[in-house]
Design a protein around this ligand. Structure first.
Ligand SMILES: [Zn+2]
Length: 57
C-alpha cells in the first residue's frame, strides 16, 4: 500500500470568510472550495496568502 494521505482540509483558509477550505474532486479535477461560503479560490496560493499565521491582530 503506497497510498499517501494528502491534506484535504485547511482550517481558516478562506480569504473571504476565514472558513475552512476543503479539496473537492470532480470531473474538472481537484480544486479547493470553502465549506462555509462556497468560495472557490482560483489558485491555492490565494489560500496561502490568507494564512492565519500572517494575519495581524
Ligand atoms: Zn469562505
Amino acid at each position: 500500500m503506497m497510498e499517501l494521505v494528502k491534506p484535504v482540509l485547511l482550517f481558516k483558509g478562506c480569504p473571504k470568510c476565514r472558513g475552512d477550505v476543503s479539496i473537492t474532486h470532480d470531473v474538472w479535477g481537484d480544486y479547493w472550495h470553502c465549506l462555509q461560503c462556497g468560495y472557490i479560490p482560483q489558485d491555492v496560493t490565494e489560500i496561502a496568502a490568507a494564512s492565519p499565521e500572517k494575519s495581524a491582530a
